[in-house]
Design a protein around this ligand. Structure first.
Ligand code: NA7
Length: 533
């Protein structure tokens, strides 16, 4: 079997992986990027389900490294659909000639640190080996699909489609469709397919506080406006809490405002029709019960106005958790579809889905006949992608075993015991949950690249977070997490959606700006807390 020797192997050809490949190659390193998929795009390749759309404004959801690229690419809408983002990523890969160093259809099976040679030995499923100095995971925070545990998958005679493994030729027109899950993904599917299908059954366990998305075409005037902002915007996004164009502190502190002022602020953010409603209002909403109750009630009123029918409202509005403590979805017609005669909600909170039958799903003894079951059931977030790769570090220690006991990392970028393994958007870094993903990914790729170049320039063979650095980060991360209400809600944020997964907030919630400062300081001081040998 073939062995390829390189400076670096990057796993994942999504937003992070493409940029990581670009940065290291620009620095003159030998690097290859591999991806299990048959095309590039990562998240935006796999999640090609009907209605897949980004929740970040397109003009902030892009690469900042090339002025030429910024001038050339034209976003068509404020919130663009999956096909357009994938087209953008392919455009970037072509423009910067990245494809020649990308190997598709390549799933990594295992990776083992060879201390004598100071190299990672990485084996893919075809049996080929990669011997590399730096092993960089850009495998994604939300890329390992979660398939729900109810039995009978093989009994079902229809089609089962997880949204992150969507069959490209699946046509739902005129079919009886069941959607399991009403997270950000389920909502996008439901609002998109309701008018195409014959019957739509929505199997809902937890309702959501969804914010009405304000989407619009970016005509020349709007695009020119944003293009004129790009030179400042590319810095602004790194200096805000959520990595967007607006800052949470702009709103001021809720406790210093009157009730009327707070309501006016919430209304202003609601009118923006974006995630500003979530991470752009008052920080206390995510930390203080009273403030959270106020915002939750504000949201319920907004949904009440949309839904109108009180019986439907009772089903569609959350009461068991506070606004913002679960990922806030944006919706575009979601609440309206439940007025259609062909759309039915099945409450599976108290009576969980029992099983698949030959013809559909069974809940509380009743069979719901279906042609297609859509699993919008989420992901084994944060740790899932790497845990499934069988990574062994110093002295043979297993990353999967470690994270099965306790999810730890240093800044989400390295793990003690795993030299020269870098994890972009690893657990305990800011990522999808609380930040505009392109912002955090680019910042983390830049940090990893700078660390690798520092090693090269100082003739350093290996870099590893010390146990103390890791422990300090975990403690700081937990301290910030415990100041918020996030830990009180059962969701993928804390790993609660995966049975047996250790509980810890999976993304850093101290803010993109604060995190960046910490990372910069470490770099500027020659990487204290990282053993350099
Ligand atoms: P999420 O947010 O994890 O949502 C998954 C949904 O699936 C959620 O409503 C779950 O209910 C539901 N679910 C999971 N298992 C079951 C079973 N067994 N029975 C019924 N319902 C179930 O995933 P998404 O893909 O929507 O979003 C992930 C991220 O992608 C999102 O945050 C964005 O950042 C993009 P539950 O809430 O657990 O009661």
């Amino acid at each position: 079997m073939k062995t390829t020797e390189l400076d670096a192997l990057v796993v994942g050809a999504g937003i992070a992986g493409l940029y990581q490949l670009y940065r290291l190659r620009e620095a003159g390193m030998s690097v290859r990027c591999v991806d299990a998929a048959d095309d590039i795009g990562g998240t935006w390749h796999w999640n090609c389900y009907p209605g897949a759309r980004v929740d970040s404004p397109s003009y902030t959801y892009q690469y900042w490294f090339s002025e030429e690229l910024l001038n050339e690419w034209e976003w068509s809408e404020r919130f663009v659909g999956q096909p357009e983002i994938k087209r953008y990523l392919k455009f970037v890969a072509n423009k910067f000639d990245l494809n020649k160093d990308i190997q598709l259809n390549t799933r990594i099976k295992s990776a083992r640190w060879n201390a004598d040679e100071c190299r990672w030995e990485v084996i893919d499923e075809s049996g080929s080996t990669w011997k590399v100095k730096y092993f960089i995971s850009c495998a994604g925070m939300l890329s390992a699909p979660k398939v729900p545990p109810f039995p009978g998958h093989d009994d079902f005679k229809g089609i089962i489609a997880h949204t992150a493994r969507w069959p490209r030729d699946l046509d739902l027109t005129g079919k009886r469709v069941g959607v399991v899950g009403t997270g950000a993904t389920g909502i996008q599917v439901i609002q998109t397919v309701a008018s195409q299908v014959d019957e739509l059954f929505v199997f809902q366990r937890t309702p959501q506080y969804a914010v009405k998305m304000k989407n619009y075409p970016l005509d020349k005037e709007k695009l020119d406006y944003w293009r004129a902002q790009y030179p400042t915007l590319k810095n602004t996004v790194h200096g805000t809490f959520g990595g967007f164009e607006w800052a949470v502190t702009e709103a001021g502190w809720a406790l210093n405002a009157t009730y009327e002022e707070r309501m006016a602020k919430l209304e202003e953010c609601w009118q923006d029709g974006s995630l500003k409603m979530w991470v752009g209002t008052y920080p206390e909403i995510l930390a203080l019960e009273d403030m959270n109750k106020e915002a939750s009630e504000f949201m319920r009123e907004k949904i009440r106005a949309r839904v109108q029918d009180p019986a439907l409202f009772d089903k569609l509005v959350p009461t068991s958790y506070g606004f913002g403590t679960y990922r806030v979805p944006l919706e575009n017609g979601y609440y309206d579809v439940f007025r259609r005669d062909n759309v039915h909600i099945v409450d599976v909170k108290d009576s969980p889905i029992e099983r698949f039958s030959e013809n559909g799903l069974v809940v509380d003894g009743q069979e719901y006949p279906l042609d297609v079951v859509v699993l919008a059931t989420g992901f084994d977030a944060g740790t899932g992608a790497l845990s499934r790769m069988d990574v062994h570090g110093r002295d043979g220690r297993s990353l999967t075993e470690l994270w099965n006991k306790d999810i730890r990392s240093a800044l989400g970028l390295q793990v003690h015991g795993f030299p020269n393994l870098f994890t972009v958007a690893g657990p305990l870094a800011p990522s999808t949950a609380f930040c505009n993903m392109t912002t955090c990914l680019q910042q983390q790729v830049n940090w990893v690249t700078d660390a690798i170049l520092y090693m090269r320039d100082h003739n350093i063979q290996s870099m590893e977070a010390t146990a103390q650095r890791e422990e300090e980060w975990v403690q700081h991360h937990d301290e910030v997490a415990n100041m918020t209400l996030m830990m009180k809600t059962t969701s993928w944020y804390t790993g609660a959606n995966i049975e047996g997964k250790p509980k810890r907030l999976l993304s850093y919630i101290g803010g993109v700006d604060a995190y960046r400062q910490i990372c910069d300081e470490i770099k500027e001081n020659g990487y204290p807390g990282f053993e350099l040998k």
